[in-house]
Design a protein around this ligand. Structure first.
Ligand SMILES: [Zn+2]
Length: 305
């Protein structure tokens, strides 16, 4: 079998709470792309220090595809351990500098991360030598309006973050909240399609090679989103609730109506697109997530499956 990735690349495939960690090794300095969720930061550090990771060697740089909690959560811990700089997309840098917890979907989405500072800004169109490979930083707005993806033309490897997964992409804001998000999602898919990537390293899930099929699924989802804003909102709410459940493991079912009323992103998505009473919204989310097999109910607790 031909290796999918050159030997100096290693991907730690994580779960849905922590984004994948991509290690690019080089005698010029090792680079880590995305650091997972804050609760998993000690485990991310352990992976990095393992034999498959860096062992005893230093880390030269942390890079982020975008600044959501499941991609930046280990930044502070790993920076403390290695004393290395953090480089992130130009569009995200002001949000990190101000620590804008609403725009970063932190307390606004009931998600956490340890605070850190920006050391280096990555501009769209710039080229970087990481792991002895050339990576082009390309603007990939949609799920996150400031996101970048990284493409290596030599091996046609795409590090796609949450702009393209094997089955879908990261949640998108409905038009009623951000009119630019769904159109940007389509434009980003067009940009990715034109790259003709041979291998895609997504932010979540296994590395995959059939980019065309992944794009077809992503386009189908986008087409549905374009005609149904309420569907975009329901999808976003279900993703957010699943993330919360993965983080805290279980939630009393009786607390869910108050929860969706209290947390800003739930409240705003509901007010903009669904306009349901909190208990109706809670019912809808539980019903749809249970039908999809994503959650179940045990002794009055909602648990992820
Ligand atoms: Zn994200």
């Amino acid at each position: 079998m031909v290796a999918l990735l050159p030997p100096q690349m290693h991907v730690f495939v994580r779960d849905w709470l922590s984004a994948n960690n991509i290690l690019l090794k080089s005698p010029d300095g090792h680079v880590l792309i995305d650091t997972g969720y804050v609760r998993h930061a000690p485990f991310t550090l352990a992976l990095l220090r393992s034999k498959r990771g860096l062992g005893q060697e230093p880390l030269a740089k942390i890079v982020n595809t975008h600044c959501h909690s499941d991609h930046i959560g280990g930044n502070a811990t790993i920076q403390r351990a290695y004393g290395c700089p953090i480089a992130l997309p130009e569009g995200e840098a002001p949000l990190i500098e101000k620590w804008d917890t609403k725009a970063l979907w932190l307390d606004y989405a009931d998600q956490q991360t340890d605070r850190f500072a920006v050391d280096e800004v990555l501009r769209a169109g710039s080229t970087h030598l990481w792991g002895n490979l050339e990576w082009r930083a390309l603007q990939a707005p949609g799920h996150d309006m400031g996101a970048l993806v990284f493409f290596n033309p030599e091996y046609r490897i795409l590090i796609s973050g949450d702009a393209l997964w094997e089955n879908g992409y990261g949640l998108v804001m409905p038009r009623a909240i951000d009119p630019a998000a769904v159109p940007a999602t389509r434009a980003t898919l067009d940009m990715i399609a034109a790259l003709d990537a041979r291998v895609v390293i997504p932010g979540h899930g296994e590395v995959f090679t059939d980019a065309a099929s992944a794009l077809a699924r992503a386009y189908a989802r986008t087409a549905a989103f374009e005609t149904d804003d309420a569907r975009v909102a329901r999808h976003a709410l279900k993703v957010l609730l699943t993330f919360r459940l993965l983080d805290q493991q279980r939630m009393p079912l009786a607390e869910l109506p108050a929860y969706v009323e209290r947390v800003g992103m739930f409240r705003d998505l509901n007010a903009a697109c669904l306009r349901l009473a909190p208990d109706q919204l809670a019912d809808l989310l539980v019903r749809e997530l249970a039908r999809a097999g994503a959650v179940s109910i045990h002794d009055g607790f909602l648990v992820p499956t």
